[in-house]
Design a binder for this molecule. Structure first.
Ligand SMILES: Cc1cc2nc3c(=O)[nH]c(=O)nc-3n(C[C@H](O)[C@H](O)[C@H](O)COP(=O)(O)OP(=O)(O)OC[C@H]3O[C@@H](n4cnc5c(N)ncnc54)[C@H](O)[C@@H]3O)c2cc1C
Length: 383
């Protein structure tokens, strides 16, 4: 039997974008937050920029977040070997918003989910979107909820006035509508985490002919190490071979000291595998009573370290539009979609020019395909 769950705004995806949108919108609307996963699993992407403090404060989350010392540590800055063998340090010490944080990323997202439930917002997970039917004043979503007691999924219908697609790079709702993404490149990240008692708390970036490496300290004396390259340039089998991954990392001058001899056999280092890390943007980011947020709207190269902030900021922008216009006036709904498209379009244009600028600064391997591709690309094709 199909269960019916009414709400005004259905948010697909309980990552950073979805949780922040749910927390902000729930002050004014009846919200349902849906995710395909019962909890956030291990996840890469740990640097939360200082400006995020303003958004957390505006939602009365900052104090509680700061109390949770197990979820974060200060981010003092980064040493980058980009375009030169000499390291450049960019510190956060003089930032008026503070230093920002290095997160236990899964811990942070699960904490955000706890804040959502603690504020009485209705949630549905794990649940998958099967179908979405438009109506004159909203949508009818059909979902399948997996339960622990029943072998078969439970069918749930969600009538709502507005849908937010916050499903990350999958943009699951927009994809159901037949929309496509502009894809700039084939970048992936192969990432590992390891025990690390070293005191040096600066993150570091090192370039190499096949891409670039990133490493940063995490809470609980852990460290992340990731190689960014294009999927077709990744050496075959590397994503399953910790020893080979360590050998390659040790060949980078700046990374050798992070990987003590024998760590790959010690059980204290895990190779998590490959995730998409390319730059992509939906061809349409809002429409009839729906809008896409965060990575679902546009996903950035990890070099920017702005993905989570963008997810939070786009959630707050859309919230302000929805509060300002309400959900009833059809012409206001059209204005909201237009404004959202324009705002995301502006963010994307700025991002494209920053990306071209940063990749243009590394000219040491003019014959390496990874760098050639980025130097010859024309932004206009992806605007
Ligand atoms: C290698 C790497 C390093 C990065 N480093 C940083 C960094 O240091 N700092 C930073 O700010 N950003 C970083 N990012 C980017 C950052 O992780 C993303 O921008 C951020 O996760 C976007 O949040 P989101 O909520 O939009 O999407 P996501 O985090 O992708 O969340 C989407 C949610 O939707 C759910 N979902 C997916 N499909 C469905 C479906 N069909 N139905 C229901 N739910 C669904 C998922 O389970 C998930 O919970 C990095 C990214 C990569 C790849």
């Amino acid at each position: 039997m199909t269960q019916v769950k009414h709400c005004q705004i259905a948010i697909m995806g309980a990552g950073v974008a979805g949780c922040i949108a749910a927390l902000a919108l729930s002050r004014h609307f009846q919200v349902l937050l849906i995710d395909k996963q019962a909890a956030c699993p291990d996840k890469v992407g740990e640097c939360l920029p200082p400006a995020a403090a303003r958004i957390l404060r505006s939602l009365d989350l900052l104090h509680a977040f700061e109390q949770r010392q197990d979820l974060h540590m200060p981010n003092y800055g980064i040493r980058s070997h980009w375009g030169s063998e000499h390291g450049l340090i960019n510190d956060t010490l003089s930032n008026p918003d503070g230093t920002g944080w290095q997160l236990n990323r899964a811990g942070f997202e699960n904490w955000l989910r706890e804040q959502v439930t603690a504020r009485g917002i209705e949630t549905l997970w794990p649940a998958k979107l099967l179908d979405a039917q438009p109506g004159s004043d909203g949508w009818l979503l059909h979902l399948a909820k997996q339960t622990q007691v029943q072998a078969s999924a439970q069918s749930i219908a969600v009538p709502c006035h507005f849908v937010i697609d916050a499903t990350g790079r999958h943009s699951a709702f927009a994809t159901k509508l037949g929309l496509k993404r502009k894809v700039l490149d084939k970048q992936i990240a192969l990432w590992a985490s390891l025990d690390c008692a070293m005191e040096n708390q600066l993150a570091c970036i090192n370039t190499s002919p096949q891409g670039w490496w990133y490493s940063a300290k995490l809470p609980a004396q852990r460290r992340i190490l990731a190689l960014q390259t294009d999927s077709d340039l990744l050496k075959k089998g590397l994503q399953h071979d910790l020893s080979q991954f360590c050998r390659l990392a040790r060949s980078q001058a700046g990374l050798k000291a992070l990987l003590p001899k024998g760590i790959e056999q010690s059980g204290s280092m895990q190779l998590h595998g490959v995730v998409s890390a390319n730059s992509t943007c939906l061809t349409q980011t809002a429409g009839h009573r729906w809008a896409a947020l965060g990575d679902a709207a546009c996903s950035f190269d990890p070099l920017s370290s702005q993905g989570m902030f963008n997810a939070m900021a786009t959630a707050m922008q859309l919230t302000n539009s929805l509060i300002g216009h309400g959900l009833t006036d059809p012409s206001a709904m059209i204005d909201i979609a237009r404004l959202h498209q324009t705002q995301i379009g502006t963010i994307w244009q700025h991002y494209l020019s920053h990306r071209a600028h940063y990749y243009g600064q590394e000219q040491r391997w003019p014959d390496a395909p990874y760098w050639q591709r980025r130097h010859t690309q024309k932004n206009a094709e992806f605007s």
